[in-house]
Write a protein that binds this ligand. Sequence first.
Ligand SMILES: [Fe+2]
Ligand SMILES: [Fe+2]
Length: 238
Amino acid sequence: MRVLAVGDVHSPRFLEPFLGGLDHLERPDLFLLAGDMVNRGKAYEFRALIDAVHARLGSDFPVVACYGNEEYAEVRKEISSIVSDEVLFLDEASTEVQVGDLKVGIVGTQGSLDKPTNWQKEHLPSIKGAFERRAHRAKSLLKRMRHRVDKRVLLMHYSPCLETCEGEDSRLFAWMGSRKFYNLILSEQPDLVIHGHVHNAIMHQARIGDTVVMNVALPAVGKVTELNLWRPTVRCIC
Ligand SMILES: [Fe+2]
Ligand SMILES: [Fe+2]
């Protein structure tokens, strides 16, 4: 089962390299978008981005997305209405996708940070509770689908582990991701975790127990990530 995954296109900022990369790819069975697909809340950028994906790869495959911090809360409704027929947004929600003989359960969330950013502290006074809630919710959604699907995927924006943040200043990890998610992944062991957000990472893959974790942020990886969901591989076991 061929899966394509990408995050952090920040359209229009990295739209050109994203589109250039698509020219070398074949139609996937599933396309995952890991957030920050548009820059600074520019909802309308999603339309051009999805049109370009369809023009190059076709449209007969599901596209599932989570939101990133650049898809501001106040434009999320607008974004999902702009591409409502083409993209399924999972915001602390799950879906099950049948591809051939394989039923894939996907849980989507923005994820959490260990420490709110200064902006979040100032503008979102309840953010710490939201971070806590997102981790609980993701765990419960993964648990619920455990016996119903063949493969479980956690699609999130922030990172769940230090390993895929290597290359960033380690003192910044608290603003890259959250150990809350590391712990829930360790206990639930989904087959695959896809995340973005970490632009300067040099290590794009890791493991948490048996779970393969991949950072698919375009500025870090330099291209759309291709993987086989039957056998997600990891170059470095950390
Ligand atoms: Fe980003
Ligand atoms: Fe981000």
